[in-house]
Design a protein around this ligand. Structure first.
Ligand code: LMR
Length: 401
């Protein structure tokens, strides 16, 4: 039976990761997979995480199961981190949360929940969106459609086209929104645009599904959740998939959760009962280690303070790199305006070169970015930024688009 299966192409992000690892050139630059890197090119364990982990391991007396919703105090602490203390949805007991294996697990749980409630649900995703959104959301049978989003001529958002499209959708359409640090473009909505979008969602009875994977890496921990907090306060139904991979640096621990806001506590209980059944039928229960670490941090004012500083340092490094990059590109490639990189947020930007140029950067200069020219800004370092800008200048000269 299994002989029928033909080999599939490698996942583009994971495939690029393997190509980079296999490159032995000491000048190589990894702008591919979205992991934060420091100025040594490392993705270190955050010191707050290291301390929390030691506390957790020192106290742990059992590896027995935790519970069907995972670590419930972690879920509650995450709801407060995401929504802010005393958010109206929390005080009205309208939030139900389940721990998930990473943000991906949370996205899939949300998709399965929508399919259970309404099998012909259509999920609308931005053009472009993170490549893995497509299999995660459509894999359970939901239909996906696209709305306009990125404006390559400005490096910003085609906001009126986006609103125009969403304003024609039927009620109970699900709209997947990147809460901040849009992956792959880095182009985010302003607070004023979130407010306008809220009115469209309200008027058309749309259900926002917010993907919050970079809280703290864009403008700030609270600022990056602006849209999430607004929608959760104002709309009857909202789902929020949260990842702790980037802001807690817990990538391989697969730590995340799904929050669902509904109209009443009784509806919330019904929703949670379905989520528990869905999780049980896929993987039963999520891994505990990362959640226990995050709970340890969020439960201790000292550790939380330390973590906030560490997230702040990551954010500042990324923002600083964006500005340095714009300056260096202006010096080496004066014929092109890369100023948009400085106005975007988070780890990613669409660099705006074609695939042949991306491949020339890879083959001739050992610089790795996605074929669509998505680059992870955090992969740059003080000592290779100039090398990168010079390589880009050379490639633009030799293979003009
Ligand atoms: C990325 O976009 O590179 C990250 O979110 C890692 C992944 O799993 O794709």
């Amino acid at each position: 039976m299994l002989e029928r299966l033909e080999r599939l192409p490698t996942d583009p992000i994971l495939g690029l990761m393997a190509l980079f690892r296999a490159d032995v050139d000491p000048r190589k630059v990894d702008l591919g997979v979205g992991v934060y890197r420091d100025d040594e090119g490392e993705t270190p364990v955050l010191p707050a995480v290291r301390r929390a982990e030691q506390n957790v391991l020192g106290r742990q007396t059992t590896k027995s199961y935790v519970s069907a919703v995972g670590n419930a105090p972690f879920n509650q602490a995450m709801a407060r981190l995401v929504l802010g203390e005393a958010h109206p949805a929390l005080t009205a007991d309208r939030v139900r949360s389940i721990q998930a294996p990473g943000g991906c697990g949370a996205l899939r749980l949300g998709a399965e929940l929508f399919r259970t409630a309404q099998p012909d649900t259509v999920v609308h995703v931005s053009t472009p969106t993170w490549a893995n959104h497509v299999p995660l959301l459509s894999g359970c049978g939901l239909k996906l459609e696209k709305y306009p989003y990125y404006d390559s001529s400005t490096g910003g958002v085609k906001f009126s086209e986006m609103l125009g499209t969403l304003d024609r959708l039927p009620a109970r359409s699900v709209v997947l929104l990147h809460a901040s640090c849009h992956n792959p473009t880095g182009a985010d909505l302003s607070d004023a645009q979130w407010r306008e979008l809220l009115e469209v969602c309200r008027r058309r009875a749309l259900v926002p599904f917010l993907d919050l994977a970079y809280q703290g890496l864009g403008r700030g921990v609270g600022e990056d959740a602006f849209g999430v907090r607004l929608f959760a306060a104002e709309l009857p139904e909202v789902a929020i998939a949260v990842s702790c991979s980037k802001n807690f640096g817990l990538y391989r621990e697969r730590t995340g959760c799904l929050h669902v806001i509904s109209q009443t506590p009784a509806q919330g209980d019904a929703i949670l009962s379905h989520l528990v059944r869905i999780a049980r039928s896929i993987y039963s229960m999520p891994p505990d280690h990362g959640a226990a670490i995050v709970l340890e941090i969020l439960g201790s004012p000292t550790l939380q303070e330390q973590w906030s500083e560490e997230v702040g340092a990551m954010r500042k490094r990324i923002t600083g790199l964006r500005h340095e990059l714009v300056k260096s590109l202006a010096k080496h490639c004066p014929q092109r305006d890369f100023g948009f990189i400085g106005t975007q947020r988070g780890m990613f930007s669409f660099f705006g070169i074609d695939t042949a140029q991306v491949h020339a950067l890879r083959d001739q200069h050992h610089i790795y970015m996605m074929d669509d020219s998505r680059m992870n800004i955090a992969g740059l370092r003080a000592d290779n930024l100039e090398y990168f800008a010079q390589a880009v200048a050379q490639v633009l000269r030799v293979t003009p688009a």
